[in-house]
Design a protein around this ligand. Sequence first.
Ligand code: SF4
Length: 248
Amino acid sequence: MASAARQVDRIAPRLFTAADAAALERRFAGVDAATMLTELLTGELAGRTATVSSFGTESAVLLHLVATIDPRLPVIVADTGKLFAETLVYRDALAARLGLADLRIHAPDPARLTERDGADMRWSYDPDGCCDLRKVEPLDRALAPFDAWLSGRKGFQAGTRAALPRFEADRGRLKLNPLADWDKAALDRYFARHALPRHPLEALGFASIGCAPCTSTVTPGEDPRAGRWRGSGKVECGIHRAGDGSVP
Ligand code: SF4
């Protein structure tokens, strides 16, 4: 069973505080995501920001928003080695379609992978440790040069995300959740308006897509993320932490 909360190493410099995040929340209250991102990514956060994407079911929306503003914005992807083949194909096709010019694919450190998951089965008995090795550590390294990052999380995805703000202080870094208040209908309208391609597994019942061993389909009425780590008690991979460094 996954632990209820675990502490993760603090590695980022102290740049943004919770007070900064709260001030940005007030400043952009009622401002739509595209306007907010345009102002920040061409202004005070220009050259300091990356997007992190799973290239999952709804990733195309944030990536399209970003590509419209600046297709050279770095897009960081964790290739855990356990992703669905369909995700890899979708990733490359979507990046080409959107003209993403700086896709940065980060894999786990090979030596640590051999040391900590030589049998390639850590996901089955220690999913927290597997996520730390294959996702959290690579993303932490990838984000090291940046002062801010964008996440595609939405409040409706799970009960644990219901109160998601648009701005958070993440161990000194500013984390933006531009789609925090978007619902499924708004996402669907955006997909249709811009003729964005869907992840091929969505039509098969996968509402939220991570690694193949830890992702299952959901039934109508379930939270979209209910199929992730089903039955384990684990709800997040570890890249999204509370202000005290704990993981839900
Ligand atoms: S989602 Fe599963 S396979 Fe992927 S890194 Fe986490 S535990 Fe490992």
